[in-house]
Design a protein around this ligand. Structure first.
Ligand SMILES: NC(=O)c1ccc[n+]([C@@H]2O[C@H](COP(=O)([O-])OP(=O)(O)OC[C@H]3O[C@@H](n4cnc5c(N)ncnc54)[C@H](O)[C@@H]3O)[C@@H](O)[C@H]2O)c1
Length: 221
């Protein structure tokens, strides 16, 4: 939602964290304005799209001036609830899960994995990158106690659906699913699937069908 309650298109909303991170860097380097061309170069989104995205929240860049970095940051902070920390739970501390715990979104100060769960006795009771690993038996209790409503799923796909059902029972509202399983959830729950194979195929498709030179010309238009 924008400040006046208008809904931002989903595609635009997905790009906001990208813009936000880059603007934060600009801000900390003392820069006060940015042009859509500079932004475009940094975040690899064409400048026409950036201008359209920004027009949704009333940031109309002036020719020869660009956008005011502070104004944009204030807007993004509100829109993305950057002032509020969202606590995230991670289920499945294997190869992928461990990598996420070590990384733990250190560049974002608004999201943090607080708790992890697994069934492996070698992992339960340990801490990885400051995050305690609990047994799955405690899933519902701990998630509810901690008020965690967002979960990352990095378990084998065979157990993904039954764990998802438990997450829903434990009041989780959003799930980032890294397993190849397609999960069924009530319509009130939001699931985002991240399938690296699909992403890779899509990259290869674009390389074949949209040569990069053509893309550059498009950006400059
Ligand atoms: N590793 C990758 O690069 C990668 C990439 C894309 C997608 N994935 C997908 O992500 C998921 C995890 O992959 P991985 O390589 O980390 O696997 P992994 O086998 O290393 O880790 C899975 C973890 O889940 C735990 N687990 C098993 N059953 C559980 C249960 N019932 N409840 C809670 N935890 C349970 C295991 O103990 C283990 O720690 C898989 O579905 C995989 O297809 C992995």
């Amino acid at each position: 939602m924008t400040n006046d309650g208008m809904k931002i298109p989903q595609a635009t909303a997905k790009r906001l964290p990208l813009y936000y991170r880059f603007l934060l860097n600009l801000h900390s380097s003392g820069k006060q304005r940015v042009s859509s061309a500079e932004l475009s170069e940094a975040v690899k989104v064409d400048s026409a799209t950036i201008r359209r995205d920004f027009s949704y929240f009333g940031a109309l860049g002036k020719k020869g001036y660009g956008y005011n970095v502070n104004y944009l940051l204030t807007f993004f902070r509100k829109t993305l609830d950057q002032d509020e920390l969202t606590k995230v739970g991670l289920i499945g501390v294997g190869n992928l899960g461990t990598a996420f715990l070590n990384y733990n979104f250190s560049k974002n100060n608004n999201t943090k994995i607080k708790i992890a769960f697994d069934v492996d006795p070698n992992k339960v009771g340990t801490q990885i990158g400051d995050v305690p690993v609990y047994h799955m038996d405690d899933l519902d209790k701990v998630l509810i106690e901690e008020g965690i409503q967002v979960a990352i799923l990095t378990v084998p796909s065979t157990v993904a659906q039954s764990i998802t059902d438990r997450l829903v029972q434990a009041n989780v509202k959003g799930i980032l699913n890294f397993t190849p399983a397609r999960l069924n959830v009530p319509t009130s729950i939001r699931i985002h699937h991240i399938d690296l194979a699909v992403e890779l195929q899509s990259l290869i498709y674009f390389l074949k069908h949209y040569p990069t030179d053509a893309e550059i010309t498009e950006v400059e238009e």
